[in-house]
Design a protein around this ligand. Sequence first.
Ligand code: CP
Ligand code: NVA
Length: 299
Amino acid sequence: MKKTRHFLSLADYSKDDILNLLRRASAMKRGEPGKGPARPLEGKSVGLLFDKPSTRTRVSFDVGVYQLGGHPIFLHSRDIQLYRGEPIKDTARVLSRYLDAIVIRTFGQEIVEEFAKWSTIPVINALTDLSHPCQILGDLLTLQEAGLDICTMKAAWIGDGNNVANSWINAAKKLGFKFVLACPEGYDPAVPIDCDNVKLTRDPIEAARDANAISTDVWASMGQEKESAVRQRAFQGFQLNREILNYAGNPVFVLHCLPAHRGEEITDDLLESEHSLIWDEAENRLHVQKALLENLLSR
Ligand code: CP
Ligand code: NVA
């Protein structure tokens, strides 16, 4: 029996896997047919199991499954027996009997890993506290479309070393682009920085210097709301703004996974500026996830 492939982390995907997914996403966006059926999810059902709020991820997966000919089933975790204590391993085995794939947004990465361990259908990580790999596929496609070579660019991260930053690091390790993160002390990424092309600094200007892409994200992620006040203080000086952009390369593109807190991690002016790719970035979630679903469900 063929081993089920999941999408839990970019660390599990090779450079070629990532580039092929982006190529297919770009072709799908242009309406070009693939090698397989036009509606690869025809007759298939995909569960969307969410434990946290979502606008982009939830809607783009729902619409993506529909556009590929499949049937999306949204499940909030509090509405299923998991919430009442049914074990993940039981839920995974039962849902594997009905569904063809499952997309999960939750807290610990170990939850999606445990699910995948027992699941006989592909499990897609739609964000955990540790990582957000679908987001980075969308970000990379957006930068490619803007004309950057995503294997040789210099990219930067300013702010919290959070789930999105961790997935950026995983992408940099695989693709080899230069990636410099500026995070305040105590808010470093969880993914080890053990390669020459990734660097961590405390200085946002150093990170931004000559960068062609700069990303940031909220200072308090979902589940960290109680720490907001402490984090507000810790992140002073780590705002992405025009002043920081003065040190960047030319061109320089600004990304933000959204939702954004204007005036905190990024200025409204910059989000709305000619440097910002945020709307393409949000749209591209749809295209990369369709390519991912097609890939995982056509094997
Ligand atoms: N960027 C992102 O994942 O957005 P949502 O939380 O709205 O899904
Ligand atoms: N770091 C943010 C990303 C939201 C898409 C969070 O986890 O809340």
